[in-house]
Design a protein around this ligand. Sequence first.
Ligand code: NDP
Length: 327
Amino acid sequence: MHDTARTVVIHEFGGPEVLRFEDRPLGEPGPGEVRIRHHACGLNFIDVYHRTGLYPLQLPHALGMEAAGVIEAVGEGVTHLEPGQRAAYAADPPGAYCEARVMPAAQVCPLPDGISFETAAAMMLKGMTVEYLFHRTTPLKRGDTVLFHAAAGGVGLIACQWAKSEGIKLIGTAGTDEKCRLAHFNGATHCINYRTENFVERVRELTDGKGVDAVMDSIGADTFEGSLDCLKPLGMMISFGNASGPVPPFNLGILAQKGSLKITRPTLFTHIANHTVCQAMARRLFGKVEGGEVKIHIDQRFHLENVADAHRALEARQTTGSTILEL
Ligand code: NDP
């Protein structure tokens, strides 16, 4: 047993240079906790928001929201996990960029033998996000059409495949023609390069002027208004991220003008706060992956020591699919 774990910590908000390494003590798990030794960690855009302070943390704070590994010890009252078991999680508070940690057990999920640690680290946060977007946010049925921005990204490539498996038409957007091809290959019915084409006009053309049933927008500032213009009357705007910056304040009246639109701003962590719901969401994700309906693309790998380079690549829009941090 090692009694410290190498951990990525920030002491101030800022660029990738604020990411530091510390050896943090590892104790025994208390009631409702587990100690998990990681085999791989996931990289997510929310880690950038935490690092920059867009989503403020009490400093100093460890970063990282997703990892997979082996349970080393369980605290009192933990019944769904046992020492030696393979497990994976997406969980708040941040602290997953490390060799091992003691953490609340509620969001840690038993990992089926058919799913590797690396695949799990690449999909828990992104895949459970897609689960709630398609099943818990607005009613969607076979034949409905959804507009999904950043369709070649980590969440995006899972969403393309998930939509196809549910009979939902997904129109994607992405920043290069190559990314568009990737999204299309993964199940998007169309993909629009929103750097070279007007995505609002193109969505109108592709839907015979009707618009889409729902927009899933994680870009924020740059796309918000255009996304609203892509919706059918009574359509649902799901604003779930801010890769280009937060959505500026807006007049609620525009939802009336544009056709009695609905809007929500969900987070994964509200959904997985409930242990039973979290485990059910994970099982649905595992089923999609084990059944071959969703393939997890690990398109970039960095050693944990090079986490700053991983952040730079993600922010520079140089990545596709998922990125993992190897230990
Ligand atoms: P991605 O792999 O999708 O990377 C972000 C992508 O956003 C980029 O590759 C880029 O794709 C696009 N993008 C557009 N504008 C910018 C910009 N100004 N700077 C950087 N990227 C930009 O990341 P993730 O899969 O980790 O996350 C996708 C989004 O979903 C994030 O916004 C994240 O915060 C959000 N999210 C929200 C959750 C929730 O529950 N609310 C949970 C999980 C993720 P392109 O070049 O094709 O435009």
